[in-house]
Design a protein around this ligand. Sequence first.
Ligand SMILES: Cc1cc2nc3c(=O)[nH]c(=O)nc-3n(C[C@H](O)[C@H](O)[C@H](O)COP(=O)(O)OP(=O)(O)OC[C@H]3O[C@@H](n4cnc5c(N)ncnc54)[C@H](O)[C@@H]3O)c2cc1C
Ligand code: SF4
Length: 539
Amino acid sequence: MPNDFDVIIIGSGAGGGTIAYTLADTGKRILILEQGTFLPREKRNWDPAFIFGEDGYKADINWEGPDGENIRPIVYYNVGGNTKMYGALLHRQRPEDFEKQQHRGGVSPEWPIKYDEYEPYYMMAEHVMKIHGNRGEDPTEGWYSGPFPFKAFPHERRIQEVADNLERMGLHPHHSNLALNRDMEEPWRRPCIACNTCDPFPCMVHAKSDAETALVRPALKHENVTLWTGSRVEKLIEENGKITRVEGTRDGEPMSLSADLVVVSCGAIQTAALLLRSRVANSSDQVGRNFTKHNQSGISAMDYSNPNPTIFQKTLGVHDFYHGSPEHPYPLGTIQLTGKAHWTRIMGDYASQGIDEQRAREVQQYAVDFWFTSEDLPDANNRIEWTDKGIKFNYRPNNRESHFEFLDYFQENYLKPQGFTDFMRSTKGLEFTWHQAGTAQFGTDPKKSVLDVNCKAWDVDNLYVVDASFQPSQGATNPTLTVVANAIRVGEHLRKDWFASDGVSVEDYPLSDPYMADSAGAQVLAPTYKAGDDESWGA
Ligand SMILES: Cc1cc2nc3c(=O)[nH]c(=O)nc-3n(C[C@H](O)[C@H](O)[C@H](O)COP(=O)(O)OP(=O)(O)OC[C@H]3O[C@@H](n4cnc5c(N)ncnc54)[C@H](O)[C@@H]3O)c2cc1C
Ligand code: SF4
């Protein structure tokens, strides 16, 4: 009897959306199962009081922490997954991140595949996510086979001042790499309005290149691709080395389906939970282990002689200390700006410091909001477990000394000398699982890894995993571009090896915007974008 579908994809975030997009034109019967629904477009998408004060759109779930404590993670379960709320700052990993690296707190392992092999897939990922940026500004970026598709977002006045000051002090501030669908020269052509409610808000006008707008909706234009929302997978049934049933509920009713190929992309934590409760793909005992999520802190820096009226703040990055500093012979990490923090967010960020509304409003008026990301290191004891109570989030941060040195170093040597006199600092706790990765690593040894280099489970012939679970480490770069690039790579393998179809190239990931242009009926006005064509950039 034929299976219900050729491919079932579980999860509609960055990994699942990319696989759907990459396989869509094969004509195969593809079903995407997503436990959430579409996130509504509504005014409160951009209401800070709703997002920060009421935990707007956050999943209503609890996990057990490493010491038995209750954790309410910041995760979002809807079409597009966590990317609906993400900051859309998308980096390639640095070439060194694919090699073994000594950190102050231990070792970051080597990857089985290196930057050179990923490069063409990063190009395709940058196209489909419509990245804005300027090549050559960031001293740590790897080699590239083409320009960024779109010019970088310019700095507003106060941020340009900060960039100029940092440059005078010998650093190389760069313009952020942003996945937003804006036309810089003719802003009426594309939907992004460069507003102050982007990070971490959903985009009311669907101008953020998230997994829904850039990947899932374009994939759904193909009649052979179907999305079922409200469809939660509880269990994968394995028989003779194959997944034969995908079981769960659809709108609360039992659901049992079959497919030739099953692709799991539930996010690193939920993917581990699904594999563990299904008791599949775990002969190595590695499922759930080596969980990483980055060390992350914010510094709100105030210069009371210089208010910060910036609207779209997320335009500046500093990577000079990615591999260390003259005083630190080990990697430190990245510095970015966050979206301009509203006082309601500031109240949450500094709640443990007893901040009141008046002070939060003052911080909003003056602060430039810096965000620091450093690598945490894979450790087999940092693991997601599945118990009779649900997920046990057994994670303890590591490699933190260098993270805190990084904050002190930048504050003393680069913020104070340019006039910032007051600082508020917060380090993100266990509930910040935004950059979750590493729970089903790929590798070359079935005894030490869960997936082979094509991200197929070693133990199961028709099971693939394409979210951030596959990552042996995640450098200090934001993870999503690597998830998208890797899923394109896996998608190409599936096209060729499973469907005897052709490979993919950058032309398959165009810069045009089928979703928004079509819904606006604006094809007539839409220009033709060609990579590398200076005249057409941002036109
Ligand atoms: C506030 C915030 C800001 C961020 N900012 C950035 C940024 O600026 N840059 C960056 O690179 N990254 C950022 N990230 C991280 C980024 O969102 C993730 O890297 C990305 O979403 C990972 O994609 P994924 O496919 O692995 O999983 P997800 O996006 O988590 O998608 C998984 C999907 O699977 C569904 N699912 C889970 N279990 C099941 C099940 N059993 N059955 C059916 N469906 C299921 C979920 O509902 C979800 O929709 C941010 C994240 C957050 C939360
Ligand atoms: S309009 Fe642009 S800046 Fe505003 S939320 Fe949407 S993508 Fe972000």
